[in-house]
Design a protein around this ligand. Structure first.
Ligand code: SF4
Ligand code: SF4
Ligand code: SF4
Length: 312
């Protein structure tokens, strides 16, 4: 395969982008974008990548903002051989161009704040839905284990956030106040010896529940909140929440339906958030939450719609 810069933005480039070839400022040289779901690499894979970076590039790798790795300085004609050698260590070249990007996850599986198994969820989403199909534009999915949102799910086309809303069982409560200390948002205070919650301030991060020594606070509403239409680039949008407390299975299914809806309704070079502004979010919600219990749907009111505006 010989591809040079003149091939970019032609039908041929769609094949090149699928191979993970990223154009650079260096004439004739490209970066190889690797598919690293969830950002986890074994030491063996790291050693293999180091050897391939020396063999095909100049012995360097770049870390990307989405927990990925690129190997720079590779001649276009080396890509077929590089792809074959990457496969022997279990790594694929990543899709780019108007396609789904590798799914990003925070460290919620091991992080003490995590409310869900983010690694498993992100892997499953990537395994089932990340394919070579051409979409209107790039399509990004990110998973976070709690409301801290370290992986920035609200500025991805699809964002999933693990939530855990506290519920008090007053019997075991000893009035220690550790739940008050644990809350960063002043959403809980002690009245007498019992905690009182402010639902308007609580973001269901679950930290108070985890801090409670006698487990008087129970995780009452646990699951995944679903945001759609977020993006961060020349223009920005903060994703619109369309559902709450989904199970992992419901969330994985919704990602597939959202991607399908976007493929069918989006215009070329239009991100999902722009498509939602053009066609309206309510019909989209009806289509992509099919099969999800109605009580999990988030009402899209005028305030939510106003907040879902394009920012510059
Ligand atoms: S989003 Fe929450 S669970 Fe994920 S890494 Fe950040 S603090 Fe931990
Ligand atoms: S769940 Fe989080 S935001 Fe809500 S009261 Fe507990 S610590 Fe505060
Ligand atoms: S941390 Fe638990 S035991 Fe302590 S005041 Fe809060 S609810 Fe009660």
């Amino acid at each position: 395969m010989a591809i040079d810069a003149n091939d970019f933005y032609t039908p041929k480039i769609l094949d090149a982008q699928l191979t993970g070839m990223i154009k650079t400022k260096e004439p004739g040289l490209y970066s190889a974008r690797l598919r690293i779901p969830v950002g986890i690499l074994t030491s063996g894979v790291l050693e293999g990548l180091a050897a391939l970076a020396r063999k095909y590039g100049r012995g360097e790798v770049y870390l990307t903002a989405r927990l990925g790795i690129e190997i720079p300085g590779i001649p276009g004609e080396s890509f077929p051989a590089l792809r074959e050698e990457l496969a022997t260590i279990g790594v694929a070249l990543a899709g780019c161009g108007p396609r789904m990007r590798t799914t990003v996850s925070c460290k919620g599986t091991v992080c003490p704040h995590g409310n869900v198994d983010t690694f498993a969820l992100a892997w499953e989403i990537d395994r089932l839905h990340n394919d070579a199909s051409i979409l209107p534009h790039k399509f990004k999915v990110a998973v976070a284990g709690c409301a801290s949102s370290c992986s920035k799910p609200q500025v991805n086309d699809v964002g999933l956030v693990g939530v855990s809303e506290p519920e008090l069982d007053p019997g075991p409560c000893v009035g220690c106040g550790l739940c008050v200390e644990a809350c960063h948002l002043n959403a809980v205070r002690l009245e007498g010896d019992l905690p009182v919650f402010d639902p308007a301030r609580c973001v269901a991060c679950g930290d108070c529940t985890k801090a409670c020594p006698p487990a008087a606070l129970k995780p009452a509403r646990v699951g995944l909140d679903l945001y759609t239409g977020g993006r961060w680039g020349r223009e920005k949008q903060v994703g619109l929440r369309i559902a709450g407390t989904l199970t992992p299975e419901e969330a994985v299914g919704a990602v597939g339906r959202i991607k399908g809806w976007y493929a069918a309704h989006g215009r070329k070079k239009e991100r999902l958030g722009q498509t939602l502004l053009r066609l309206g979010a309510r019909s989209f919600q009806e289509a992509v939450l099919e099969g999800v219990p109605r009580e999990k749907w988030t009402a899209i009111d005028s305030r939510a719609e106003a907040a879902f505006a394009t920012l510059r």
